[in-house]
Design a protein around this ligand. Sequence first.
Ligand code: DC
Length: 221
Amino acid sequence: MVAIDGPAGAGKSTIARRLAERLGFTYIDTGAMYRAVAWWALRQNLDPGDMHRMEQLAMAAEITLAPGRIQLNGEDVTAEIREPEVSSGASKVAVIPGVRRAMVAKQRAMGERSSVVMEGRDIGTVVFPHAEVKIFLDAQPNERVRRRFEEGRAKGESISEEELATQIAERDRRDSTRAEAPLTQAPDAVYLDSTGLSIDEVEEAILRIVRARVTNGKEFH
Ligand code: DC
C-alpha cells in the first residue's frame, strides 16, 4: 500500500498512476471521488453547503474507478469532473464530515480488495494510517499553478494563469484549514518536493523508498 498526499498540482495523479503500473498495483484517485459527488450535486442544483443532503448524496453515490475512467451510478463522468466549478465544488463538499465518512469507507474497501497506490489529501493520516509507504508530495505554488495551466491549455481551456492561481490558492486554503481531516503531512511520511524534478526523477525517488521498505523485511502489498 502506497499512500500519496499533497496539494493540488504537486504531481500526485501522474506519479501515482505510473507507480501503480510499475508495481502492478491498482491506482486510486480519491479526489475524483469527491469530484463525482460535487458534480452530482451541481447537476441537481443542490447547495454544496447543505451538509445533510450532501451526506445522503455521498452515501448513495456508486463510484466505480477503472483505469483512466470514473463512473458515477453507471454514468461515465471522467471529463465532467475536471471542470473548474467541480474542482471548487469538490473542495467544498470535502469539508463535510458525513461526506468524508462515506468516501473513506469506500476507499478502505477498495484498499482491502487489492494492493493500491492511493492518492489524495488524508490517505496517510486518516484513510490508511498504517500504509507501508507514505509520501507527502509537494511543489512550490508557482510551479503547481504552471503545471495546471499547461495541463488546461493542452485541453483547450481558456482560463488565465492569474485566475487559476487564485482558484488553486483558495482550494488549498480550504483543504488545509478544514476541521475534518485537513491536508497535512503524516509524521511518518516522506516529504518530497517535486519542483525542478522530472516525472522520472520523482518516480525513481519514490521507487527507492518502496524498495527500501521491501528489503527491510516489511510485508508489502
Ligand atoms: O485531488 P483533486 O484536486 O482532484 O481533489 C479535489 C478536491 O477533493 C480537493 O480540493 C480536496 C478534496 N479531497 C479531499 O478532501 N480528500 C482527498 N483524499 C482527496 C481530495
